[in-house]
Design a protein around this ligand. Sequence first.
Ligand code: PLP
Length: 232
Amino acid sequence: MDEIKDNLVKIRDLINKACDKVQRNPEEVTLVAVTKTLPGDIIKIAYDCGVKLVGENKVQELVDKKEQLADLPISWHFIGHLQTNKVKFIVDKVAMIHSVDRLKLAGEISRECEKKNTTADILVQVNISGENSKFGVQADEAIKLISAIAQLKHINVKGLMTMAPYTENPEEVRYVFAGLKELAEKVRQEKNPGVEMKELSMGMTNDFQVAIEEGATLIRVGSGIFGERQYN
Ligand SMILES: *Cc1c(COP(=O)(O)O)cnc(C)c1O
């Protein structure tokens, strides 16, 4: 309990400092607490420490934990790779999907939303670095993809998401965050209906301060809050 609380205090302080440095309002930056692999009782503790928004990267895990914690007013974000055949399990359970990187997936999200009489808020995941990730649309294909997604009725594109390669020195990936912001500007100029470039989901434990300096509005922090993850 105390460890999570202390970590959250530290992270909020670092968010404020990063905002100060570039004269941003800290209210523009939302912390997504990444709770993948962690049990529900830990999420409850985080909730009691002020966490209202959590990120999960596996469909089954998200569904199970959301059900287990149904009485807590937590907002669930899906941040992991999403298979088309699993869309139906989460479209009406999440506030945002961060990881839409292909038209087929977007089409399925729109179809499932139509069935459930809802709309989905999504981010388009972009592979800015071009490195070591199979996921995310390439930057030079993103505008075309977003224009196509804009045609889908039951989807609102709220912004972009990226993952930077892991480095010891986050300055080395500053260009990734700057690149995502620059791309968002280009997308904005397309003026696609149903497409807003309000959110930039970028920055994790290791690099969120640099991401904030470059304009992040959603930072996804896991181990910085909860400690190193244990994988079975
Ligand atoms: C696990 C994960 C994070 C959080 O990573 P940490 O380094 O633990 O902060 C952020 N984004 C995505 C997509 C993740 O899968």
